[in-house]
Each structure stands twice: as C-alpha cells, then as structure tokens.
Design a protein around this ligand. Structure first.
Ligand code: AMP
Length: 326
C-alpha cells in the first residue's frame, strides 16, 4: 500500500514544474530537516523544477540546517503540487495558502485525526518524516539524487525526533536508513553541537525551572511556566519549550509535561511519556501527536487541572497494571 502511494507521489512530482513544500507551525528539527531535505532531493534530481518552502513561521535555532530559500508568491502556487510534511492537521500547517495549488499531498507520521489532501502517505509508527523522506529517496534511488547536504538535513530530523535514537519508533530500519545518510559523509559532530549546546542563560533558566518541578500523587511531573516567570526570567520561547526534557529521567514519573502560558490566558502543554499512551488525553484537550509525545492547549486553570488529573489517572492505572515497569 505504502509503495503505491510513494509511487503516486513520485509521479505527481514528475508531473509538476512547481513544487511547494510546507510543514507544521512552530517547526522542529524534523519539520525543517524533512522539508529542506526533500527540496534538495527534488532540485538535485530535476534541476528544471522550481521548489519552494512555504512557511508562516520559522525556528531561528534551526537556521544552521540551511537556507529555506524564498517564500513562494501566489503565482508560484499556480498549477503547483503542494506537499505538506510532518503535519496531520490542516489547521496546524504553517500556511494559509494550501488551496492555491492544483494538487495537495501529505507525508506524515502523526496519529491520524481526520483526513486532508488529495493523496496522503501516513505511517504512524515511523519516528520521523525525515526517515520517511530518506526511505522515499532509497525506494527510487535510481531516479532521485541525495546530496550530502540533504542527507545532513534528514539526519538532523531523525536525531531530533528520536531523541538521539532513543524514543519509541526507533527501529532497525531507522538505523539502516541513517547509515545510508552517514555514508554520504555528513558531519554529525557539528550537527549534535548545533542541536545540543545551549547558551549559559538558558542553562541557568533551566536550573530555576528544574527547582520548580512539581509531582502529582501518582507521579506525573510538571512545570508550570506562567507569564510572570517568562517576564521575570526574560525566558525565550525555545528555552521554555525545551524545559520539558528536564523531567524525562525521573524515576516513577512516566508522564511529564510543561505548561507554557500564552499571552491570551491559555497555555500550551507539551506532554511526554515512557510506556504510557498519552495521545488520547492530549486529543481531549485540543491537541494530539504521538503515543508518547503530544501537544495540547488548555484555556483555563480548571482545564489545566483536569488535564493533570486525567494524566495522573492514566499513570495510576498503568502502574497498577504494570508494577514492574519503573
Ligand atoms: P510538541 O510538544 O508541541 O513538540 O508536540 C509533540 C508532538 O505532538 C509533535 O509531533 C507535534 O507535531 C504534535 N502536536 C502538538 N500539538 C498538536 C495538536 N494540537 N494536534 C496534533 N498534533 C500536535
């Protein structure tokens, strides 16, 4: 089935002179790595085609990956193939112009929550869309060219979405495909240096946040980043987002999350887990994502408490049924 969809996507790429790639809002390493990676594969394979990355927002911490090129004009969308990568929900695409193209394809790995696009290749068990794009190149390697830089972009996407080959979804196939990327001669030490090294200010802000971790009755660890904390620390949004990783190694806390207050009174929740599926709960709170990594939004303190209580209940049930998993 996937082979047929991949072939259809290749045919659509061949048919269109203009190709526009886009990804989810607040793009992460996989969103940026997979779009730039696919852009460069298409450009190297068919230099006559015009390939653009459409986006309403960018992530400055990922600028080391490379230039995303000019944003397409409305005219560039005319008769274009639009491919959305790493986003399974139309409302979360970093573009308001999706319908301007003539054909819409989706390549994604999130748990499905509705359909969009004329054709979609979705594999929920894949750790990253960068892995899917690498697989796409490998499947058609007689026709598609993978440059060293495209390989570096895709490798960045895989290592960021797998937590350095650690999270669920990292498979033998992930390692095989990553090995093919390494064989292109990419400099992974520089990639890790760019994604792992932090400014001193961010490290010291994280020390403050770490001292403010709270734990629910059953062990859900959380940090509540209020507007006051953001203002007092002059906390940048990336450091706020990254703080979810501060709780990933706490024994017994198989679920952890950070609330990041928005200016309008709502708060974004970044939720992570080991073993316990949290996506259905995230979906209940206007979110979704993956079994063990999801996002949600709460619109009141009461909703935040309810989310915590649901997660606490899920962890309590999991611990009761799995007394050995700690
Ligand atoms: P985040 O904590 O924002 O990094 O999100 C974790 C994962 O869930 C990422 O793969 C996001 O793309 C996805 N995600 C976040 N928010 C939503 C949402 N509202 N709906 C669907 N997926 C989401």
């Amino acid at each position: 089935m996937n082979e047929i969809i991949k072939l259809s996507i290749l045919e659509k790429i061949k048919e269109h002179a203009n190709i526009i790639l886009c990804r989810h809002i607040r793009p992460d390493g996989d969103a940026v790595g997979s779009t730039i990676g696919l852009k460069e594969i298409i450009e190297a394979s068919s230099p006559e085609k015009k390939v653009f990355i459409e986006r309403d927002d960018e992530n400055p911490t990922l600028s080391f990956i490379g230039d995303e090129g000019p944003v397409p004009s409305d005219d560039d969308f005319m008769d274009a193939l639009v491919i959305v990568l790493d986003c399974g929900e139309e409302t979360r695409v970093s573009s308001k112009r999706l319908t301007l193209g003539s054909c819409l394809a989706v390549i994604d790995h999130h748990i499905k929550n509705g359909d969009f696009g004329d054709l979609s290749w979705v594999e929920e068990n894949r750790n990253s869309v960068s892995e899917m794009v690498t697989d796409f190149w490998k499947t058609f390697e007689n026709e598609l060219v993978l440059t060293k830089h495209a390989a570096a972009c895709l490798f960045t996407g895989i290592v960021t979405d797998t937590g350095r080959f650690k999270f669920r979804g990292t498979s033998a196939e992930t390692l095989r495909l990553s090995a093919l990327l390494l064989e292109k001669g990419i400099d992974y030490e520089t990639i890790y240096n760019n994604i792992d090294v932090k400014d001193f200010k961010d490290v010291s802000d994280h020390a403050y946040l770490m001292n403010n971790i709270k734990v629910t009755k059953s062990g859900v660890a959380y940090i509540n980043i209020t507007r006051k904390i953001i203002d007092d620390l002059k906390l940048n949004s990336q450091a706020a987002s990254d703080s979810v990783t501060l709780m990933e190694n706490i024994k017994g806390s198989l679920i952890w999350l950070v609330f990041i207050a928005n200016e309008d009174g709502s708060a974004r929740a970044r939720i992570r887990s080991r073993f316990v599926a949290i996506e259905p709960i995230a979906r209940k709170y206007h979110g979704g994502g993956h079994a063990c990594a999801s996002g949600a939004t709460v619109y009141s303190e009461e909703e935040a408490c309810n989310l915590l209580s649901d997660l606490d209940g899920a962890l309590s049930a999991f611990k009761e049924n799995n007394p050995d998993v700690f």
